[in-house]
Design a protein around this ligand. Structure first.
Ligand code: GTP
Ligand code: MG
Length: 316
């Protein structure tokens, strides 16, 4: 129901003072809807107001109670928004079809300083926002494999998002994984935490760093890919069974096979390429700008967004 001209209660209607309002209420005419559907004569009789005044009151009540229609497409976008976490940038949200999606793995790869971790921090804050602000009203499991988690960044981003920084920090459960065993276990054992704490986002920053340093050389590649495969499938299965979003960051290398154009390639090979639902390639631009390229997505066209990394977080 609409609220036109500040008419919210029957006292707000023209010609209806406290005494008339009381009489109307006593007679069961206590809402604007009830008045809007009454006849002026009826009202005049039971309240003692003139028929003319009653007409004006009914008319005002009608105007104040117009039904608001929501188009099916608005309902559709609202529904879609329920399953996504805003990135803080409209441009990037659009590129992604609304933000980082639940039941999916969103991967960001790029060189150092390209903003992969910053995006992870921003999503960790935004996952806690109310749903109508682009959040999931949930908590976050953050696996830090490089020792680069920065609570002070979370604090500034939370303040800028209008959230209580202490509460936001309390709702991010950080595991500092020092080796692949710990990284794998942190996901193997996440079920209980997810259920008890309403975890809606898992961040792994970064997915490959420990795997790369522990499994060196060609001989170790098979074992590495096997462990990686089961790790990432476990992430996908948590995403599916708990309707949560997974965000992973990934390192890059120069692919010697690419002679022309940008040789930057994410590491981890086909296993990650196949497992990641959505792949983003981030690169530095001028000053605080970063270019984010959508490389792979199940339902969005390839394209680019420009974001800014500012003191208060990721912005347009
Ligand atoms: P690696 O983990 O090294 O591969 O890089 P990354 O892609 O994770 O980089 P990260 O997300 O940590 O981005 C770091 C960059 O973010 C810095 O070089 C800064 O440009 C920017 N940044 C970080 N903190 C701030 C801040 O408080 N204010 C502003 N304006 N920029 C910041
Ligand atoms: Mg980083």
């Amino acid at each position: 129901m609409g609220k036109e001209k500040g008419v919210k209660e029957i006292e707000d209607l023209p010609g209806v003072g406290p005494t008339t309002a009381e009489k109307l209420r006593d007679a069961g005419y206590s809402t604007l809807e009830k008045i809007a559907t009454s006849s002026p004569h009826e009202l005049s009789e039971l309240s003692g107001m003139s028929v003319d005044n009653a007409k004006k009151a009914v008319e005002a009540a009608r105007q104040a109670t117009t039904l608001e229609y929501t188009s099916a497409s608005d309902v559709y976008s609202a529904r879609k928004a329920l399953g996504r976490i805003t990135t803080g940038s409209k441009d990037l949200n659009e590129l992604l079809g609304g933000g980082a999606e639940v039941k999916a793995i969103t991967e960001a790869y790029g060189r150092f300083g390209s903003g992969k971790s910053q995006l992870g921090f921003q999503l960790s804050v935004n996952a806690q926002l109310p749903r109508d602000k682009g959040g999931l009203e949930g908590t976050v499991l953050f696996i830090d494999t490089e020792g680069t988690f920065r609570p002070e960044r979370i604090e500034s981003m939370a303040e800028s998002a209008g959230l209580d920084p202490t509460a936001v920090l309390d709702n991010i459960f950080v595991i500092r994984a020092e080796n692949t065993e710990q990284q794998i276990l942190s996901i193997e054992r996440a079920d209980k935490l997810i259920r008890e704490k309403n975890v809606r986002l898992i961040v792994v920053d970064s997915l490959m760093a420990l795997f790369r340093s522990e499994f060196m050389g060609r001989g170790a590649l098979g074992e590495r890919q096997q462990k990686l495969n089961s790790h990432i499938h476990r992430l996908q299965s948590l995403a599916d069974s708990h309707s949560l979003a997974v965000y992973i960051t990934n390192q890059v290398m120069d692919n010697p096979a690419i002679l022309f154009g940008d040789p930057t390639t994410p590491v981890g090979g086909n296993i990650i390429a196949h497992a990641a639902t959505t792949r983003l390639y981030m690169r530095k631009s001028k000053e605080d700008k970063r270019i984010v390229r959508l490389v792979d997505s199940p339902n969005m066209p390839e394209g680019e967004a420009v974001i800014k990394i500012t003191e208060s977080g990721i912005k347009d």
